[in-house]
Design a binder for this molecule. Structure first.
Ligand SMILES: [Zn+2]
Length: 260
């Protein structure tokens, strides 16, 4: 059973330590965060008027990529409702703009006031004098395994680095100067690593040590995972949804096996 410890967290970003586990679990969790947490994104755009120099398809594609504040409690996935025809599984946004000027994501006005672009200053199009853009768009929940516009977070992991400093260390401080992350300092007559999570295993410290007192490797069963939300949901909500989803998938698989 993997043990999880939160190293640090903010609203949008968290680093966690996974202990006593293997790469297959860490990767399954990473892939679930990336592709199986539902996020809101614009899926259909109905262009009423477009006299700009950009094709309708280009504008629709750009609008689809705008990250939206997501509400997974109030909305259902369209395929578990009516396919995106009602207010329980979709919401409508309108946009009306006239040039000259840049049209920004904040100009997408949603019927549901809880849904809006994560950032209001994402440029969509530049309109010249007299050019007009008028459209209606439908936002629905979806999974990034079906389209990247529904990806709402970035997630990576690495093995926990291990820096061993033997008693051969003569406190020459050459490793302190060599470390590009500035995470080695002198503690009495020996070098010491101050923040092992920040180590990138570059091996510069080991190369700089004339005595050969430093060995850099990594632990085989400890992972440092970084999860960064694009702002649609808090990082912690994304992680807990992904853990539930992963557990459900394993349970479903187990039930399928029992039926065979
Ligand atoms: Zn519906």
């Amino acid at each position: 059973m993997a043990k999880i410890r939160i190293i640090d967290k903010s609203e949008d970003k968290m680093r966690i330590e996974l202990r006593d586990t293997d790469p297959s679990f860490a990767n399954a969790l990473r892939r679930t965060v990336l592709t199986e947490v539902p996020f809101m994104a614009i899926d259909e755009v109905d262009i009423g008027e477009n006299t700009s120099s950009i094709f309708n398809e280009f504008i629709a594609h750009r609008i689809g990529q705008v990250p939206l504040i997501t509400d997974i409690k109030s909305y259902k996935l369209p395929d578990r409702c009516c396919g995106g025809q009602c207010a329980r599984c979709s919401t409508i946004a309108t946009l009306e703009a006239k040039g000259p000027g840049t049209v920004y994501s904040k100009e997408l006005k949603f019927k549901d006031k809880n849904i809006k672009a994560v950032e209001g200053d994402i440029p969509i199009i530049i309109l010249a004098d007299g050019q007009r853009l008028r459209l209606e768009a439908k936002a629905v929940l979806g999974y990034a395994k079906n389209h990247a516009k529904w990806q709402g977070a970035h997630c990576t992991y690495k093995l926990l680095p291990v820096v061993e400093i033997s008693k051969e260390c003569d406190a020459c401080e050459s490793c302190v100067k060599a470390c590009p992350r500035n995470i080695i300092e002198m503690a009495g007559k020996k070098a010491k690593v101050t923040d092992i999570n920040a180590c990138i295993e570059c091996g510069e410290c080991a190369r700089a040590c004339a005595k050969g007192a430093i060995k850099v490797s990594h632990a085989p069963d400890v992972f440092i995972m970084t999860l960064e939300s694009y702002g649609g949901l808090p990082a912690k909500s994304i992680l807990s949804y992904a853990l539930d989803r992963l557990e459900n998938k394993v349970t479903e698989f187990e039930e399928m096996l029992k039926k065979k």
